[in-house]
Design a protein around this ligand. Structure first.
Ligand code: HEC
Length: 209
């Protein structure tokens, strides 16, 4: 068989996909964590006495397995929100379940990688500052635990100065990037999204303004 014959089926596949693509609807736009996900989670789950800021395990979304980026079906959050077992479902009775549209939006957000970066505008990597970009990443992923000295080696990560110091003198980036030999942060299966890691790296390269 000649090379062209061998690659013909593949070529046809490409053509079919290409043709189908033109009629397909445009890809769903990114779900925005800050405006579409965080507010409903905060309103529905972070009630006083439930998973509020005093929760010793940190933000409810950071529990191990709660959100598996790219895989809604493996994410415990979706299982909890959609469970028909009322002893399992979140929020528990007497609070109502989230409506299906909200759950779809959350699923879509997880499917798209579960980035918590504000998405109202594209990432502008020319201006990355602590106040605008970095603080909120650390607030979402780290401050639940690092609001005070964590037992063992855990640093306080609540201010620009402390974060900068930990990056220069500690193992902040190594733990965030889950490098071998460092305690991976946040603990468990959650990781800071790739987009946010890029943003952190850019910020570090620019001397952390
Ligand atoms: C669920 C709680 C929790 C969350 C969330 C969390 N950490 Fe930690 N962190 C810890 C604990 C506990 C330790 C101490 C680990 C040890 O000493 O073995 C620690 C230690 C660290 C250390 C010191 C490790 C070293 O080798 O010096 C750094 C740096 C760190 N965390 C950064 C972060 C960053 C950055 C985030 C967010 C991306 C984060 N942590 C999220 C609990 C948490």
């Amino acid at each position: 068989m000649s090379a062209i014959q061998r690659s013909l089926p593949l070529l046809l596949c490409f053509l079919i996909v290409a043709c189908e693509d033109t009629s397909a609807p445009p890809p769903a736009s990114d779900v925005c964590f800050t405006t579409q996900v965080q507010p409903v989670i905060d309103a529905g789950c972070a009630k006083s006495g439930c998973h509020d800021g005093d929760d010793p395990d940190g933000h409810v979304l950071l529990r191990p397995g709660m959100v598996v980026p790219g895989d809604p079906s493996q994410s415990r959050l979706i299982k909890l929100l959609t469970s028909t077992d009322l002893t399992v479902r979140m929020p528990p009775p007497p609070w109502p379940a989230f409506d299906s549209q909200t759950i779809n939006t959350i699923s879509q957000w997880i499917d798209q990688g579960a980035s918590t970066y504000a998405c109202t505008s594209p990432v502008d990597t020319t201006v990355v500052t602590y106040a605008v970009n970095i603080k909120r990443i650390i607030d979402v992923y780290c401050v639940g635990c690092h609001i005070k000295q964590v037992s063992g080696s855990g640093p306080i990560l609540t201010t620009h100065a402390r974060v900068k110091d930990e990056i220069i003198n500690g193992h902040f980036m190594q733990t965030v990037e889950h490098l071998d030999g460092y305690v991976p942060m946040p603990p468990g299966r959650t990781r800071v999204s790739e987009r946010e890691v890029e943003l952190l790296k850019t910020w570090v390269r620019r001397a952390m303004p």
